[in-house]
Ligand binder design. Structure first.
Ligand SMILES: *Cc1c(COP(=O)(O)O)cnc(C)c1O
Length: 361
């Protein structure tokens, strides 16, 4: 058994994906070819936002959103401490200071109560200007946007949704990628919607942000491609990746059903043995990971290994425990929930083709 079986998915979609790739080879427009535009329209429609703008990867998608929000030195950006490194990295990359927030113990997502506490502490300290929040849809479950948006509004902060893992999830039928001022996702192969290389996208309903993002992703171009009006970056999605994603997006809703079935199966089997994921009412997870908690992680993982079932730990180390952030002088034990999650989490194999390679059973 594989943790994520991308080859099984490819075998299932081979004819269509091969034809799409061949189409790009035939027209030869490898950068910003017609498939990129087609994909952006399909993504915007799927997520239910006005603009979807593709880029080179999920980290760039976050960086581009930081650039658009003018995040810079002296600014505080709040993010969960229990997340993938890129969420915090992009804040520091802009010269701003990440302020880490503890997790909710049921959902593992950013805790709104602790978020407000950290915002108030930052204001009281007066050293940094609170500017934005990056909330993460960890393991596929959307963060508590109804509460987080209220806090963002109260303190006049911008809200970014890091939906790198959340693409496909929803809250009361509102899709991940549509929350906050800007949302981002990743098409890294192992994410719920992955391509065959690196890729990412940014979602927004704000026309001004959309224009800025399109400029920043191509060297800060102005109306004339050779007149650059700001310092940007080179972060385009390859046409071949867009072509692959178009075919994968087509079957994605079926894959989501298959992921949900697999999660239900796990939860039934593991009920009472370990803490299984809690999905609040009205929420749908994209099941980027199926993650359980075990107080005896080593022996649980050993037992699975004996059965030749791979398991992974996402994540062993919180952001406030990362060497590179030691200069922030975060206090250990200041994040009790996240620290205990880091000691207990185990992720089990999860992909849509786990049973005989079929998603339609
Ligand atoms: C994967 C991931 C990213 C970064 O995406 P890349 O495409 O690998 O750059 C950012 N945030 C989270 C939460 C992720 O899981």
């Amino acid at each position: 058994m594989q943790f994520i079986d991308l080859a099984a998915q490819y075998q299932h979609l081979k004819t269509k994906i091969d034809a799409r790739i061949q189409g790009v080879l035939d027209h030869g427009k490898y950068i910003m070819g017609p498939e990129v535009q087609e994909l952006e329209e399909a993504l915007a429609k799927y997520v239910g936002v006005k603009h979807a703008i593709t880029c080179a990867n999920g980290t760039d998608a976050l960086t581009l959103s930081m650039m658009v929000l003018d995040i810079k030195e002296g600014d505080a950006v709040f993010c969960p401490t229990f997340t993938f490194f890129a969420t915090a990295e992009v804040i520091a990359y802009e010269g701003a200071t990440p302020v880490f927030v503890d997790s909710n113990e049921a959902t593992f997502n950013i805790c709104p109560l602790d978020l407000e506490k950290r915002i108030q502490a930052t204001i009281a300290e007066g050293r940094l200007i609170p500017k934005a929040i990056i909330a993460v849809d960890l393991f596929g479950l959307p963060a508590n946007y109804p509460e987080i948006q209220k806090i963002a509004d109260k303190y006049k902060l911008k809200l970014v949704e890091d939906a790198a893992q959340g693409f496909g999830g929803s809250i009361n039928n509102k899709k991940a990628g549509s929350f906050g001022d800007i949302a981002t996702t990743s098409f890294f192969p192992a994410k719920p919607l992955g391509c065959y290389g690196d890729g990412g996208a940014i979602f927004t309903n704000n026309d001004e942000y959309a224009e800025l993002i399109k400029s920043y992703r191509v060297h800060g171009k102005g109306r004339d491609k050779y007149d650059n009006i700001r310092i940007g970056m080179n972060s385009r999605l390859d046409t071949i990746q867009a072509a692959i994603l178009l075919e994968k997006l087509e079957v994605f809703p079926f894959e989501m059903v298959s992921r949900q079935n697999q999660a239900d199966k796990y939860s039934k089997q593991l009920h009472g043995i370990v803490d299984t994921p809690i999905i609040p009412d009205g929420y749908i997870s994209s099941w980027a990971q199926y993650t359980i908690l075990s107080r005896d992680r080593d022996s649980f993982m050993n037992d699975y290994e004996k059965e030749k079932i791979p398991t992974m730990i996402y994540y062993k180390k919180c952001m406030h425990q990362q060497s590179v952030f030691s200069s922030l002088n975060c206090i250990n034990n200041d994040y009790p929930v996240a620290e205990s999650l880091a000691k207990m989490v185990i992720s089990l194999p999860m992909h849509p083709y786990m049973n005989d390679g079929s998603i339609y059973e």
